[in-house]
Design a protein around this ligand. Structure first.
Ligand code: PLP
Length: 366
């Protein structure tokens, strides 16, 4: 978005995202009005994660590294946007690291993987930690990951896509301890904060590398306001050039102006998840596969009591949804041997786990 095409919306976006910093208890330096950081609305958490992988690559290349040597890290439970962000940025090495019993990234594994990569001549470049993983709501140890990132010069991105909204309740902010040392942070008001699509927020601790990475100056977008240097042109902060994120700004505005309502809703949803967790624990046929985390309670049907799948009876014949010929065609087209090698095997709970053979691809799970 260009300030000149949407001055009011740009100012609203500045203001609303600064309010959201207070709502979620994030660092004051991430406010656009304070700096050196700032916030911008993106379309999705995936967009934010993809963009920061590109920014991290540019920083590493500016320090003299070759793109071929750059390494991205996350946990085996990280959202697929981490692996995709690395691909989009052209990073050939992705390490999806082992998690602990609570499905959170193990800092010792990160430290070891970084040491191995340095010893192998590679360049550790970016790590993504999650506050609320997709499958189980696990919270990675953000403070420890920040410390390792600072020691080795990695960009530290925090993905709080759905769980970030819970931080409007002060009692949950312990989950984001250490975020003040992260380089970027993303969350989706459109997931849990009464906000319409598409409204993802990306904050960066320092806006300069983001702007340097995405800036271009074509003659047809030049205008006196931009050249004055006194305005924010969000086109340098996200991929779209001149379009406005009008609905998002107004939706985000609603969320940020009713902090009490946000806190109440988050607290009641979290209480509901706790209650569901209690009921799952009591239920003979259910098994909780991870601690209840914020609004997430991951459960599976217990193996001992799982009912056998019934075959269709003659009185209720079921037609196969696809013909055998079409099924074999689909197998041939969508699952080439190389695709199978690099795609994580998913358990019924959605937690990514890979067979040793599956680890042979360029995405390594360690
Ligand atoms: C932890 C986490 N990160 C990222 C995403 C991707 O979000 P989006 O659909 O906004 O790209 C999700 C989606 O649910 C998620 O749970």
């Amino acid at each position: 978005m260009l300030w000149a095409t949407s001055p009011a919306l740009t100012e609203i976006e500045n203001q609303v995202l600064d309010w959201l910093v207070d709502l979620l208890g994030l660092p004051q330096a991430w406010k656009t009005a304070v700096g050196p950081g700032g916030g911008v609305i993106q379309m999705s958490a995936s967009d934010s994660t993809h963009v920061v992988h590109v920014v991290a690559r540019e920083k590493a290349v500016a320090r003299g590294a070759s793109t071929d040597d750059l390494v991205a890290y996350g946990s085996s439970q990280a959202h697929s946007s981490v692996e995709r962000g690395a691909r989009i940025a052209g990073l050939r090495h992705v390490r999806l690291l082992e998690v602990d019993a609570a499905h959170a990234l193990r800092p010792d594994r990160l430290q070891a993987a970084v040491a191995d990569d340095l010893a192998g001549g590679l360049v550790p470049t970016i790590v993504t930690s999650a506050i609320g993983t997709t499958a189980t709501g696990a919270v990675d140890p953000v403070a420890q990951i920040s410390a390792i990132s600072r020691e080795h010069g990695l960009w530290h991105h925090v993905d709080a896509a759905w769980a970030g909204a819970a931080m409007c309740c002060a009692e949950h902010r312990r989950h984001q301890a250490g975020t003040e040392h992260a380089d970027s942070y993303t969350f989706n008001p459109h997931k849990w904060l009464f906000t319409n699509f598409d409204c993802n927020v990306l904050w960066v601790a320092d806006r300069a590398p983001l702007i340097t990475t995405l800036s271009t100056q074509p003659p047809y977008l030049r205008n006196p306001a931009s050249e004055s240097g006194a305005v924010i042109d969000y086109r340098h902060w996200h991929v779209p050039s001149a379009g406005a994120s009008a609905p998002s700004s107004s939706g985000g505005c609603c969320a940020a102006t009713v902090p009490a309502a946000c806190a109440t809703t988050s607290a009641s949803t979290i209480a509901l998840a706790q209650e569901i967790g209690r009921r799952v624990d009591e239920h003979p046929a259910l098994e909780r596969i991870a601690p209840v985390s914020l609004r997430s309670c991951a459960s599976a049907t217990s193996r001992a009591t799982r009912r056998p799948t019934r075959s269709p009876t003659p009185s209720t014949p079921r037609r196969p949804s696809t013909s055998p010929r079409r099924r074999s065609k689909m197998r041939g087209s969508s699952a080439s041997p190389s695709a199978r090698r690099t795609r994580p095997a998913r358990t019924s709970s959605g937690c990514g786990r890979r067979s040793p053979a599956a680890s042979a691809g360029r995405t390594e799970r360690t």
